[in-house]
Every structure is written in C-alpha cells, then in structure tokens.
Design a protein around this ligand. Sequence first.
Ligand code: F6P
Length: 370
Amino acid sequence: MAVQRIGILTSGGDAPGMNAAIRAATLVALAQGVEVVGIERGYRGLVDDVMAPLSPSDVAGILREGGTILGSARCKEFHHREVRDRARAVLAGRGIDGLLVIGGNGSLTGALKLADRDELGGQPLAIAGVPASIDNDLALTGLAIGVDTAMNTIVEACDKIADTATAHDRTFIVEVMGRDCGYLAMTSAIAVGADLALFPEAGKPEAAIVEQIVDTVLTVRSRARRTRRVIVIKAEGVAIAIERLKAAVDARLRERAPGADPAGIETRVTVLGHVVRGGRPSAFDRLLGSRLANVAVRALLAGSSHRMAAWMPPAELPADIATRSPVDPYCWLVDLAAVLAETDNLIAGKSPLARWRAGAFAEIEDALLL
Ligand code: F6P
C-alpha cells in the first residue's frame, strides 16, 4: 500500500547537504499530496514524540545551510527492543507509515531494526535510507552526502597550512575526520598534493608509520628545491594519538638526522576535527542530497521499502540487491540489509572496495613523494 504520511529524521553525525535532502524530500512528497512530518533530533525525537509537520516555507532556503534543521543525535537506547516498540507506537499514533532516514551506518541500522517485519507485527511502516556521512564509510554507494564538502574544507585548510609550511620548510601532520575509514584522508591527500597519507585500511603498525613519516621528511629535505615542506594527512582512524605520533617522529628525526637543527626539523600538528563536518554544503552536496532524497521518496511513494538510495555504486550488483532508480539514471535503490552487511566488511577492511582503496594508494605512494 502506498504511504500516506512520511516522517523524516536525520541521525548520527550531521553532514553538509542533509538540509538539501530534507528540503527535496519534503517538496517531492508534498507535490504528490503526501504529508510530511519532521522528526527532531533523530531517533531520540522519535521515541520522545518530538515532531511537527513540514511545509514548503519550513524548508525554504535551508539547502544553503550546513548541519540539519531537524537536529541530530546518537541514540544508543535504540538497540533495545522496548525503545523501538515505543518509537513504533509513536509512528502509529501520528499516522506515519513511511520513514525516511538520512544518516550513516548506525542510523540506517536503526531504520532496519525499526522496520523489522517480526517486530512490526503487521504495523504498516515502509522505510527508505539516504546515505549521509562525511566519512564515506557506507558501502554500495559511490558517495554519501557531506563527503564533497568535507573534502573541500580539508583542501582549503591544508592549502593554508601549506603556505606557512612552505615559508618555514616545515613538516605538518594534519589529522582529518574518519573514525573507521580513511577515504577522506586518501582523497584529500591527492587533492591537496600531500606527500603522505596515513589511513587505517593500510593496517600498518605504529613503528612502520613513524619510519614512513621520517623517510618522507628526510627524502623531501634532501632535495635542492625551492620548498621542502612536508604535508602528511592522517586519518583519525589511525589509532595513534597525534601528539604521541609527533613525539615519536621528532625523536626518530633527531636520531636519523643528528646534524639538523632540532627546532627546524621538528614537526607541527593540526587536528581539523569537527571543522571538517561543518560549513555550507558544496554545490555538489546540495545536488546529491536533493537527488538521493528525490529517489528515496519516490521509491517510498511507489510502495518500495527497506532500500537505500545510492549514488553510482562502485560494483555490479545483482538485481535482487540493487535496481537502477526509474527517476534518476545515476542513482540506485539498494537493499538496506545488503548495504549494512557490506559496510561492516568495508569498515573491517575486508571488502573488495576497502582492499582496492588500500592497494591503489600503495601503488601511488611513491608518486606522491616525487
Ligand atoms: O560523522 C562521522 C564522524 O564525524 C567521525 O568522523 C568522527 O569520528 C565522529 O563522527 C565524531 O562524532 P561526535 O561528533 O559524536 O564526536
């Protein structure tokens, strides 16, 4: 049965472009005569019944803004069946029979559990997911909302760091977000023109990482070039505290280059942290959020459920797992359970994509240093 009223929530870490998705979902559903309810603060607002109808004026102009107008939260209690039962009762009471979840791995896992057919016990509830996570750690989509803006933020910050690094012939280790996934570190290293990228998929032990940074610094400093600056991009997911890494690298540099001025050779560190997650969404993220939301809402309206709208999945997928969206040739509707299973593999570094990313980087590492 086609849905009568759609609820929208954003959950987990916010991502620039979520507002574009909220806006597009609202406008597309309203244009089809379906009511839309905005649920505040993710699953927390759902459980606490904090929600209000969304009208075109509520979403006017929001696609320019970072963050999410609905707010977001991480709701650990959602792992408990009784909390999900409460959420389902709230949805039934509000007459919401379609739910659009915009978020990352944890958020989409919550959606799948909420719409577990055994737990639903006949309650009508269709769900659809829109991938949003600056980390790009969701599988079976080429990109998630927020990644492009985050990369642009990193590039802008590193360009600034490169100015001062060049002026002083210094080495900077820049830590970027990416808890379980090195995508942002890898791609921004290329876009920045960094000398080295450190990411968890490489699976390198700490001593090897220290040695690799020192090798990089000494190689660059041995050159007779105008600049001998070094930029190393480290993913947050490389589990070495950055200050400890700096201390270990500096100590090793003193050992391996005893003649160098210690003050001149020692590294500097910058942790970009949550700066990477904020800011106005790029044009691409506005478009991506709008297109994925359009695809997801139209799928809900067409009677589909348990699917995530995906942007050009990076693999051929069987027809029972993924179908091309009938409304957008760049988008696919992918089985949500398959997305989450493959995301586990991606995060564990076991998926073909994770292996390809690490392998591709290993192949270009020498080129980065030239
Ligand atoms: O949204 C993903 C992410 O930004 C990770 O890169 C980071 O580790 C985490 O969220 C930070 O979460 P919080 O904002 O809850 O500290």
